[in-house]
Structure formats: C-alpha cells, structure tokens
Write a protein that binds this ligand. Structure first.
Ligand code: NAD
Length: 340
C-alpha cells in the first residue's frame, strides 16, 4: 500500500528535508515519524505493517519487506537527507530469551540492515541512523544488580546474552565499516529499554513496563500478578519522548557513536511494579515464577552522551509510567468494551 505527495517542486528543487524512517509501523518509528512531521520534514515510512494503534503521519508509507532487495530499492529510490533504520525482528524477554526465535531474529534483522545500508550508500543518502541496543553488553558485566557496567567501551571482548544482542553488535560494526570505507555519515545509538504509549502491550513482544501496566490494569485491587524471576533484577527505562530527543540530537551532531541512549534511574522489577501499582491506586501482590529474565542488572551509563552531545535524559521514570499506564488502561478497557 502506498500514497505519496511529491517532495520535489516541478522546477526540481526540494521543498524541505526528505527523511526515511524504516520501521515506521513500529513503536519508536511511529513516534519518530510524528516528531519529524512536526518539525516540517517530508517523511516516507516503510514497514511490514502500518502502525497498529494510530494512522501514520508519514507523507508516504510503503508497506513491504525490507529483507527483499527489490522492496528496498523502491523504498530508497532517491537520495534522502536522513535515514533512520529502526526495522528489526524484536521483542521483550518473552520473545528474545526463549531461543525459539533466534534464527529469525539474526537472519531477518541482518538482511534488513545489509539491504538498507547498501542501498542508502548507492543513493548517496546524507546521514543514516542505526538503533542498536544495550543487549550488546557482555553478560559478565551485568551480574551484580546494584552495579552493572554498561559503559560504551566495555562492549569488547563481546559476550551478549542473546542472539538479538549479537546481531545488533554485528550490524553496529557493519554501519561503522560503511562510515570508514564509503564515507557515509553513520550514527549509532544503543537504546536502553524504551517504553511508552503505542508500544506492544499484549502481543507477546511487549517489554517489562508495558507487561506490568497491562497486568496491573487487568488485576483487581488486592489481586496478584505473576512476575518472572525473583523481581530483584535491575533495569532502567526511558520514555520514548526522550529517546527521540537523544536520537535527533545524535543524528544532527558530528559524533558517530555508538552511544547509550537510556535512563540512569535504575529500579528493580519489583520496584517497577510497586510504582505502577501506586499510579493505578491498587494494592498488588506479586507471585514470582520461573521465566526468562536476562541479565541480573542493567543501567545506562550516560557519561559519553553528556560529553559528546552536552545532553542526557532527565525525566523521572514515574512521569513516563503515568502516561503509559493511562494509555494501556484505556486499551484494556477498550478491549473489554469491544468484547461485551
Ligand atoms: P518495533 O518492533 O515496534 O518496531 C520494529 C518494526 O520493524 C516493526 O514495526 C516491524 O514490523 C518492522 N519490521 C520487522 N521486520 C521487518 C521487515 N522484514 N521489513 C520491514 N519492516 C520490518 O520495535 P521498537 O521498540 O520500535 O524498536 C525500534 C528499533 O529500536 C529496533 O531496531 C529495536 O531493536 C531497537 N531497540 C529498541 C529498544 C526498545 O526498548 N524498544 C531497545 C533497544 C533497541
């Protein structure tokens, strides 16, 4: 499916910045399109699917499989000023850590990156952004829940705890080689647990904040929810609005990265639940059960982003949780109303 408004005047001059967002049907990609449109850019989105919860703000949206070279040639049929490559086969712990999707994760995401990057090079695209992940960091450095080490330089010797992390590391290196060998303006960020409205919350790909918001929204006051692991594993979570701020600042800076884009406000998973329960105004009991949990501790280290961009996220976790819980509760209520 496709609709288009030409970004080029009949006299051939571009009227505005032309931007491509790959993965524009996904969570971060759909927010990014909205933000770029608000800035006045002409935006093309590309994805396997349209956004699930709201119509895309893109001027032009190509629904297609970016593993296919002919699709990518259609998507990148011109020089874009900026390309944001967010498309990936990914999900939360229930998707990434079971092992059942490992081959798909590695094959699909690597194919997308190989195709998109090379085609962007041949079209002479101005800048290309790649969304890597905190999942690239070595598992040995994340065993102490109170003191994980996720400084950018600690990525090597590499030992990610998932194939998802290995593919991200490979693709980081791929982008960096195109920067070195082909003179491309490449930017690489390592996102740390991005959450917010319009994200997966019930399709098996949801991450911890969305899963906890859903469980608590569905749970009666005084009820019990299941929690994977002992709840003492630590993480930090960044609301999508600050993720976009960091992404755009990095893209328009002269720093290549890789650099962390994440929050330094670390919480335990039990602590996350307590916060959401307080926002919901409910007493919630926790039933800890075996399940995929990933590393014991993870937190963003923001020294490099502060040094290079003079900026780092500052919003409190609770601000983002309040917005996300309100949105997921509305989705749960809508589901109940539709079912009755
Ligand atoms: P998402 O799953 O919502 O978005 C990814 C999009 O890629 C989806 O809409 C999906 O349909 C699309 N896609 C997958 N395979 C495709 C294909 N073959 N062709 C075309 N499109 C395809 O994920 P997100 O949370 O928005 O994440 C965006 C990017 O950021 C991903 O690369 C992800 O790995 C990375 N990242 C996200 C987080 C996070 O916490 N959300 C953390 C670290 C890194």
């Amino acid at each position: 499916m496709r609709w288009a408004i030409s970004p080029v005047r009949t006299d051939g001059f571009a009227v505005t910045k032309r931007i491509l967002v790959c993965g524009a049907g996904g969570f971060i990609g759909s927010h990014l399109v909205k933000r770029l449109k608000a800035e006045g850019a002409w935006v093309r989105g590309a994805d396997l699917k349209l956004p699930r919860y709201e119509a895309s703000d893109a001027d032009d949206f190509i629904v297609g499989d970016l593993r296919e070279q002919d699709v990518v040639r259609r998507v990148i049929d011109q020089r874009f000023d900026e390309v944001y490559q967010l498309a990936a086969d990914m999900g939360g712990a229930g998707f990434v850590f079971t092992g059942a999707h490992d081959a798909d994760i590695m094959h699909n995401s690597a194919m997308i990156n190989l195709n998109v990057l090379d085609t962007a090079r041949h079209q002479g695209c101005g800048r290309i952004f790649y969304s890597s992940s905190a999942c690239i960091y070595p598992q040995e450095n994340q065993q102490d829940p109170d003191n994980p080490n996720c400084v950018e330089a600690s990525a090597y010797p590499a030992h990610p705890d998932s194939e998802y992390g290995w593919e991200k590391l490979f693709s980081e290196r791929l982008y960096l080689t195109y920067g070195r060998n082909h003179g491309m303006q490449v930017r690489v960020a390592r996102y740390h647990n991005i959450f917010g409205e319009l994200g997966s919350w019930s399709d098996g790909r949801e991450k911890a904040p969305a899963a906890m918001c859903r469980k608590i929204a569905q749970c009666p006051d005084g009820g019990t929810i299941d929690v994977w692991g002992d709840g003492q594993q630590t993480r930090s979570f960044l609301h999508v609005s600050e993720c976009l701020e960091g992404t755009l600042r990095l893209m328009r800076s002269d720093f290549t990265g890789p650099v962390n884009i994440g929050s330094e406000e670390m919480v335990t998973i039990d602590g996350l639940i307590d916060r959401v329960a307080a926002i919901a105004g409910k007493r919630i009991n926790k039933n800890h059960i075996p399940g995929p949990t990933g590393v014991r501790g993870r937190n963003s280290d923001n020294r490099l982003i502060k040094e290079k961009l003079g900026w780092a996220p500052t919003a409190a976790l609770n601000d983002g949780l309040e917005r996300t819980y309100a949105w997921i509760r509305s989705q749960v209520e809508k589901g109940r109303a539709d079912a009755s």
